[in-house]
Design a protein around this ligand. Sequence first.
Ligand SMILES: [Zn+2]
Ligand SMILES: [Zn+2]
Length: 734
Amino acid sequence: MRYVKVLINKKIASLDRDFIYEVPPEYIGSVRIGSVVSVPFGHQTAKGIVIGLAEKPIDKDFDIKFIDAPVNETFLFPSDLLLLADELSRFYTETTMAMLKAMIPAGVNLFGKAQKPKTERWLLPPDEPAAAPPRGPKRRALAALLAEEGEISFAAAAARGFSADVCGGLVKSGGAKLENRPVQRYSYAESSSESAEIPALTEEQSRVLERIRNRAPDDHRPILLHGVTGSGKTEVYLRLIEDTLKKGKQAIVLLPEIALTPQFVKIFEGRFRGKVALFHSRLSHGERRDSWYAMRSGDVRIALGARSCVFAPAADLGLIIIDEEHEDSYEQDSAPRFHARKAAELRCALCGADLVLGSATPSFESYAKAEDGVYDLVTMKHRVNDTPLPKIRTVDMREELKRGWTEVLSRELLSEMERTLSRKKQVMLFLNRLGYHTFISCRDCGFVYRCPDCGVPLTYYQKEKCLRCTRCGYRLEVSDHCPECGSRRIRYFGLGVEQLESVVRRHFPAAVIDRLDSDSVKKKGSVDEVYERMKRGETEILIGTRMIAKGWDFPDVALMGIVAADYTLNFPDFRSGERTFQMIAQVAGRCGRSREQGTVILQTYRPDEPALVLGGLQDYDTYYRWEEKNRRRFGYPPFSHMMRVLLTTPPDYLKKEELKEIRGCFPAEGLRVFGPAPAIYKERAREKWVITFLGEELFSLREAIKKGVSRLESEKIIDKNISVKIETEPVHPV
Ligand SMILES: [Zn+2]
Ligand SMILES: [Zn+2]
């Protein structure tokens, strides 16, 4: 191969195309598709990736330059990921280079020097026995230990009281041989507490597996596994993975937030010992590097991780599973934007692998596709123990107020908590609000403390006596007077979990209470600790944010109190009902998972809201039908395609006239346009404007928007102080 197409590592979008280079004779054979190379580019040298072969160009208007050299002779970018990056970049109007970079974890170091694997020093018996016994009692003792064990690592020797100096001394004196062995940082030494015993399948699980195994061989439609909470979807995943491994293929399993689901990881480790590698951002660079290469070489067969794990370099991919597929965290909302579900769909189609999407509350996007037959719908309606779903009781908090009860916990919830605790069962309380008070404001002028970067109200933390932004972590000391008008009448509003904990402690002073939220688990390992305390039955009341809804399975939780169900409903986004329904249903699903039916108490100011009531009942079908009508009426996704254009500007930058002019750049025919409207969130104190587009057909919608954006730039309607982003089928609110 003499001529190749190289994608240059530059951030400029107009350079995000291939350039043709000639391979010098000495590198023919070693430079291949996927090689990282350094090339002359303009008057500089640049790095790039070989993305394809090229014909020798016919027109002789320009000279074809030679590649300088490969940057890293052993590294090859996986070729299926090159294709995937190309497709994703066109779908999301991102640059291919940005997409390629997002696929490779930190630690693999795409354009830098190759990182070396970590090694560990071992002592082995010498090739020839030493002439004399080693000098010194320590060395002699170590030599004896080595003779007994056959080999010993420096670490193991240290654990038995032999320092690295003693080990080195023994080697020097000829009493032992030194060997550096690579250490696999992806595997864990810790023993799994979950048993690897394989449970018998329920009738429904068997039926579902049969149904999936007996699909027509050419049917590679994504499977939507819709199973109620507690129906045992995980066991179905495990069996499907076993099938995949038996065929000699690899599997990728995605979880919404892997750092929060240590017990899920343990189940996988227990069942597939030594075959699992983790992929997520809390791992060290070295661990990520090792996971990547182990998956690439086929040493491990299963990649388990968060959204970017969809790019794990499986050479022989047979299956991708996305658990809790409705979760928003599968979308990466910073550049390059992508949704792991879309990426998985495209990747499976490229290599003929199967895709399984699992959820008790599927996203409307996926469910609509299943109804259209684009996805293959498989349902599980029974819980593993055949326990009925929990009973749900709604408490109208307006009535409580009318009767003079001003506590955050209703009388009904309090008495049910007492009853549950006296029966030695566990209670969970759910409140999706961080901190002590959710905002503070001035009584006289109405001033609200806000984050200067994000524009959202700051949360008050009592323990630290400070205000903090729950989005970006910005911190502010509270002053005793209003910064706006000087008044001392500062008031605190809104209930957060920190406050809920102190309320519960006041009502139940003798109970063992634990709390789980992103503030209380900053320390590594503490999610695990909360989980274990709960599992052992030590915790009587667990209070938490949506973290406690993450697939946890405690058989002794008999009561779930949803303390304030209304918050997410008030969010100005067309998906707020769907999100509320999903959250309530997932939370409700955490209780009554053993033989006994559980109870859910839902406190609300809006007891007639379908998202709440049906969420508590976990009645997906009825809710879907109800919400489907609304979405169809207003033409919202999944019954249309949505795209957005985001304009980020300095504060007070765009005037009304300019906003009108911007909108005028986009065609109004065949699509619906909303905005520019101010975004809910700011970004680094810059203002954000959103234009939302809805259209019947994605391709023409995208083309129209691309045309509009290039008009904005070519006609200089926007200047360089304004940055523009295009979002395709976005899920997160802005
Ligand atoms: Zn004031
Ligand atoms: Zn902030």
